[in-house]
Write a protein that binds this ligand. Structure first.
Ligand SMILES: Cc1ncc(COP(=O)(O)O)c(C=O)c1O
Length: 377
């Protein structure tokens, strides 16, 4: 019999998305924009507790427009978490700016506030900070924000992976001058592809909407004074988002259950450590990850291969940006210069475990059984 395929994190639809899509078809609001876009913006802003939101074609587009609205230009230095997906920092290059990567700390896996302070001492003219809440776990947002405030530099919060997670009771994505979310296929809620830019500043969000629709001036004819982009979300996609948003809390609950199952089932294996859950926060548990002790005879690759042999998807931890060939010229700042770097260590030892909320108890037993068997040899 064929083995059941288990995914890392696949879309989970609730059926209610169809109602919004059908409304769009019935009213022929296929394009451009339309009521679902307005409502999705309003509903998401209400969920995270922010005043304004712009629905865009991707999280990457949202980061790009955040940097542009923050005034980032050619030659500006922008600090960015190193341990992340390349989409966090590529938009820095779209603006002709220069990323300087900041190392992680062990207790959150996110940007180390001490390394950020060191970076400001080294590059006092830096113009912005882009921070990530990795795998759904909030960074030390108050510490990071107070460093940004000290240097009078805007914080852009890449909450692509952390929608619904809170830090000291406040939603991630709402700490900086801008926050962004992603709704791509594997995120905690998905629209197939899409993103959202949020801010307390209505003028900035209005400007982002303008840029995202080719910067068309308010004239009868097509008048353009600024460069524009085709970054707006469609009314159909926004309909999927409205339906998915109804399930966000449920998805977080199920993701948390997955984390707890892995914790309970693997915690007696001393070579395995789960991704940390820091104080003062409630993650959305998007992906459960583990690191393997450096001197363990089983390596992270052994786990990925053993799962792959059984048709089970897992994934390496993001390879830090300062180690990527495309960014080899960029600066990298870590808190402790006597060690290689925390982000590099996590990458070398870590695995993202299958965290699909449709996993059954049987699926979870299968995954855990394969991992445990490796360590029993
Ligand atoms: C941390 C992070 N930032 C940004 C993005 C980009 O989002 P999108 O794929 O919607 O452009 C993603 C996901 O793809 C991500 O994981």
């Amino acid at each position: 019999m064929d083995k059941k395929h288990i995914y890392l994190a696949s879309p989970t639809m609730n059926g209610r998305e169809m109602k919004f899509i059908e409304e769009a078809f019935a009213s022929n609001w296929i394009a451009p924009l339309g009521p679902n876009v307005n409502e999705f913006e309003r509903e998401l802003a209400a969920y995270v507790g922010t005043s304004h939101a712009a629905a865009l074609s991707s999280g990457t587009a949202a980061i790009h427009l955040a940097l542009k609205a923050a005034g980032i230009n050619q030659g500006d230095i922008v600090f960015c978490s190193s341990l992340t997906f390349s989409a966090t920092c590529n938009p820095i290059l779209y603006q002709g700016a220069i990323p300087v990567f900041i190392d992680s700390e062990r207790d959150t896996w996110n940007m180390d506030p001490n390394a950020l302070s060191k970076a400001f001492a080294k590059y006092p003219n830096a113009k912005a900070v882009v921070i990530v809440n990795l795998y759904g776990t909030p960074a030390k947002l108050d510490e990071i924000l107070s460093i940004c405030n000290e240097y009078n530099v805007p914080l852009i919060e890449d909450a692509a992976e952390s929608l619904g997670a809170t830090y000291r009771g406040k939603q991630t994505g709402t700490f900086g001058r801008f926050g962004i979310y992603s709704f791509n296929g594997n995120k905690i809620i998905t629209t197939s592809g899409g993103g959202m830019l949020v801010s307390e500043d209505g003028e900035d969000i209005e400007k982002a909407r303008f840029w995202s629709t080719q910067s068309r001036e308010k004239e009868r004819h097509y008048e353009h004074k600024e460069i524009g982009y085709n970054y707006r979300m469609s009314n159909i996609i926004a309909g999927i988002g409205r339906g998915q948003l109804l399930s966000l809390d449920k998805h977080i609950e199920l993701k948390k259950k997955i984390y707890e199952t892995y914790k309970k089932s693997l915690e007696d294996i001393c070579d395995i450590t789960l991704n940390p859950i820091p104080e003062n926060c409630e993650p959305n548990y998007w992906l459960t990850c583990i690191t393997i002790n450096r001197d363990s005879k089983i390596k992270h690759l052994d786990i990925m291969l053993a799962l792959e042999n059984e048709c089970i998807e897992s994934r390496p931890i993001w390879k830090p940006m300062h180690l990527q060939p495309i960014f080899h010229d960029c600066g990298f700042v870590k808190a402790d210069d006597t060690i290689k770097g925390v982000s590099e260590d996590i990458f070398n030892q870590g695995v993202c475990l299958p965290s699909d909320i449709k996993n059954t108890d049987e699926d979870m037993n299968r995954i855990v059984g394969i991992i445990r068997k490796l360590f029993e040899r």
